[in-house]
Design a binder for this molecule. Sequence first.
Ligand code: GLC
Length: 749
Amino acid sequence: MKIQSHLYIFIIFFSILFSGCHSEQKQKIGKSEYQQKIDSLIKIMTLDEKIGQLNLLSSGWDITGPTMDPNFKQFIKQGKVGAIFNALTVEFVTELQRLAVEETRLGIPLLFGYDVVHGYRTIFPIPLAQSCSWDLSMIEQSERIAATEASAEGINWTFAPMVDISRDPRWGRVSEGAGEDTWLGSQMGAARVKGFQGKDMSDANTILACVKHFAAYGAPEAGRDYNTVDMSERTLFEYYLPPYKACIDAGAGSIMTSFNEISGVPSSSNRWLFTELLRNKWGFIGFVVTDYASIFELIPHGVASDSAMAGELALHAGIEMDMQSTVFINHLKKSLENEKITLKEIDDAVKNILMAKYNLGLFDDPYRYCNAQREKEELLTPVSQQFARDFVTKSCVLLKNENQTLPIPANIKKIALIGPLANSKEDMLGSWSASGKAVHCITLLEALEEKATKYNFKIEYAEGCQIQDPSVKGFARAMHAAKSADFVILALGEHRNMSGEAASRTNINLPEVQQELANKLIALDKPLAVVLFNGRPLTITELNKTAPAILETWFGGTQAGNGIADVLFGEVIPSGKLTMTFPREVGQIPIHYNVKNTGRPIDPKNPEYKYRSKYIDCPNEPLYPFGYGLSYTQFEYSNLTIDKPELSKSDTLHISIEVSNTGNYDGFEIVQLYTRDLVGSVTRPIKELKGFKKVFIPKGQKDTVTFKLTPRDLKFYNLKMKYVWEPGEFLLFVGPNSISGLSAEFRIL
Ligand code: GLC
């Protein structure tokens, strides 16, 4: 038996001695219990072994960034690696873990990270789609399933949730987030952390969350990925920081830097952000990992002249694990000798990383996540498939439905299914599809073929055109199929790789060839529904003028086709609502619902008056606003009441409203509560989402929906940047989206 194993047994024995061997005890162990073990371990670690823990390398199994080093196995054996990412399967993870545990002096186990962003093998709708369900429990449950599947294949750390607020659909990574609203994005991020980490991170089916990208990565100038972020302190604190804080408060065990600078300081060297704010003010006790090679990128950012300086700036900022740049492993020892950094900075970083490994139970059992039986049994189960299908139906947003075009009548005889997204398994995965496999995806064509049997109709499929290729040679066949059909379904949109990382667009229209095909098919004047597949809001202003019905389905993942078909046939009534504004024109961007009034708002009584904050070539209003989404039924709002016109600081305002289902289908309605602070010590937005309730109302019935508001719900960063509420006049709005509904006034004394 090798010397290392003796040492490893010594550590385990030492740990058990302290922690007691009874499993219940481990459940109760807090930080202090682990702290003693970590302090003992740090004492016997060499400097090289300590710096090794700060090094995160890609296995190269999946390519998620610019470079990778093929010698990672050698580095593991030399104790130069603390974590590996992009390594999948129990077999491969076991092989690498064994190198660390049995072939290094101290046998410190590795973390295994991966981008489990919207499912692992069962791929759920992209996060932006999920957010349109406004269903926090489904979001949490989806991450529970993702964590179960990922941990069954050896993963114990995910680089998610991504909670970057964005008001700019040119930025391709809006697909990974929860849209434009800070309050909603905070709730959804926290739900994801709870789903990943469960009740006890040492359970074999829970994984460490990593909230990203800290901070404000979603606000790059011109919507261009990795570009400069420059904003006021007030905007940063009011709109962009809260979702990260919500995830930290939910217990996220790690956090990832962003590539961007904020007002001149790149995140990976921002001591104010990672030490003064994140650690000292917010009390974060997890560890900080960089994004892919972002320490090295301090050189092109222009704040470091070489790698050594980049590493010193990063460590001093409070960055602890270096993803892929190898700056830490190659330079920190020399920097310490040159007294540019301190041993305490290294030790503190190592301790936080070791704490995560203890929390995950890896010191108790480094092979805890290497269970071949689980790998066989726990991926792509019928239960996860059914859940995925349900989630697709809840994530779809009905944008238009003239003359009740949808749902498709049950007595339909022939459907023409046309379009480049009708039968694309690959594109259903969306971006960041982890270990999802296109072969497992159900396309809309496959799902409709199943419905054809159930409802006894014929289906004719014609691609019509490709996603971007301008060729129109497929038009004739598509027109022929449509002419002989009773109903036309038109599957249009983006490639999966037209959104996600490094996929910003200056033009977010439908590709021209698709618009041309749509125009020809719509001109046939048949019942027609457009089904959109996209990773961001699109300026579908032309399509919206003529298409009778438009169903936004985003990229729905493994069960995309089935879920969409369930909605098209009315087996599930659409209930999704947009969490990101759809512009009419790209020139309106950044565009969002919670805008300021300005000193020259348009006067509704005199909208033509020139000298107002508006465009001469486009309305200010978006094509579809935040919170918007239709149903097959109709909901009416009435009798908005508040229980008091004034409230003091300790009061609660009770709000109620009646919502009636006046249509022909049972359905869910997402009732939204907004407020407006009419006068503040700084300018305040014309609307702020403060609550929502998703209610099921059978047709012909009504429900009374209630909300509560306290002054604490109305806090903001005042003139002195204090987070307070202020007395004064307020409006509240309750309705189906951010631009309609009923309003009431109240004041805070
Ligand atoms: C990428 C992404 C980040 C991801 C990481 C690892 O560049 O920015 O979100 O987690 O690299 O794949």
